[in-house]
Design a protein around this ligand. Structure first.
Ligand code: G1P
Length: 300
């Protein structure tokens, strides 16, 4: 029987330079998106997908992440004494049946290098990689990952990679995947023919962009160990996946369904968009936010 997947790695070591000064003293993954820090959405998505052991790859100025997922007996007892049940419920995410592990990437040597730091933690099992600055909005945010994990196990895949369609003029910002079936059907595994990290403008062979969620067999760590740094001295996860494809291992893309969407907080434009959409969709305050936006619309 194939072992269920229980381990996930969240790379969150990036410097957040594009979000200065907001990220001068706090990690970009801790910026609020509506009522929660961005990272909490990622962790809850993983927990809902049954991933109980979570390794977060951090770096300098990232201690706030550890504090957020740690229990805080002083705060909990103060809320209990005050009978503040509502706020205690807001902190229920800490009490969930998960184990958090941390390791640091001490210099920015790329996403591949960050994931490689998880080799000992993963210890020969399959694992999920979820980028800490990307959120999934969907009726059930953990549904894509759960389906990807199931496909990974059924197909004995080396990798299953979430992809989204992006405009042609934005392909140079992403890992771009060429699949063996065109057009790619959403919500099913499609064999990958090639993958290129951030192809120069005008050279992309498809509009399918790598979308921050991956399921890997342990082969990824062998591939990462054999992946040379790029011209900026960084080891790219995409280059290691390319190696898996070139070695003939089964690697699949998984296109999000129309009601599933990735948001990222990597720059102010995308962060504002993410915050606004999540605030508008908030079950408690969304109505007020929508009313406010409608009133503002007259001024725009
Ligand atoms: C990373 C990956 C890239 C992927 C993107 C969004 O790039 O290297 O392949 O398309 O995340 O998931 P970054 O945004 O860190 O530059």
């Amino acid at each position: 029987m194939t072992q269920p997947i229980t381990k996930a790695i969240i790379p969150a070591a990036g410097l957040g330079t594009r979000l200065l000064p907001a990220t001068k003293s706090q990690p970009k993954e801790m910026l609020p998106v509506g009522r929660k820090p961005a990272m909490q959405y990622v962790v809850e998505e993983l927990q809902d997908a049954g991933l109980k052991q979570i390794l977060i790859i951090t770096g300098r100025r990232k201690q706030a992440i550890e504090d957020h997922f740690d229990t805080d007996p002083v705060l909990l007892s103060a809320l209990k004494q005050a009978g503040n049940e509502a706020m205690l419920a807001e902190l229920a995410y800490i009490q969930r049946d998960s184990h958090f592990f941390y390791t640091r990437q001490s210099s920015p040597r790329g996403l591949g290098d960050a994931v490689a730091l998880g080799a000992k933690f993963v210890d020969g099992e399959s694992c999920v990689v979820a980028l800490g600055d990307s959120l999934i909005a969907a009726p059930e945010p953990s549904a894509p990952l759960r389906a990807m994990m199931q496909a990974h196990l059924e197909l004995q895949a080396a990798a299953v990679i979430a992809v989204e369609e992006v405009p042609l003029e934005e392909t140079h910002r992403y890992g771009i995947v060429t699949v063996k079936r065109d057009p790619a059907p959403p919500g099913e595994p499609i064999p990958i023919a090639d993958i290129v990290e951030k192809p120069p403008r005008g050279t992309a062979t498809s509009r399918l962009a790598v979308a921050a969620r991956y399921v890997f067999s342990p082969l990824i760590f062998e591939a990462l160990a054999r992946t040379p740094p790029d011209e900026r001295g960084e080891i790219q996860l995409t280059d290691a996946i390319k190696l898996l494809v070139q070695m003939g291992h089964p690697v699949y893309a998984w296109l999000f369904r129309p009601d599933e969407r990735r948001y990222d907080i990597g720059n102010f434009e995308s962060y504002f968009r993410t915050f606004i959409d999540f605030a508008l969709a908030d079950e408690r305050y969304g109505y007020l936010a929508r009313q406010y936006l409608k009133s503002k619309a007259y001024e725009l």
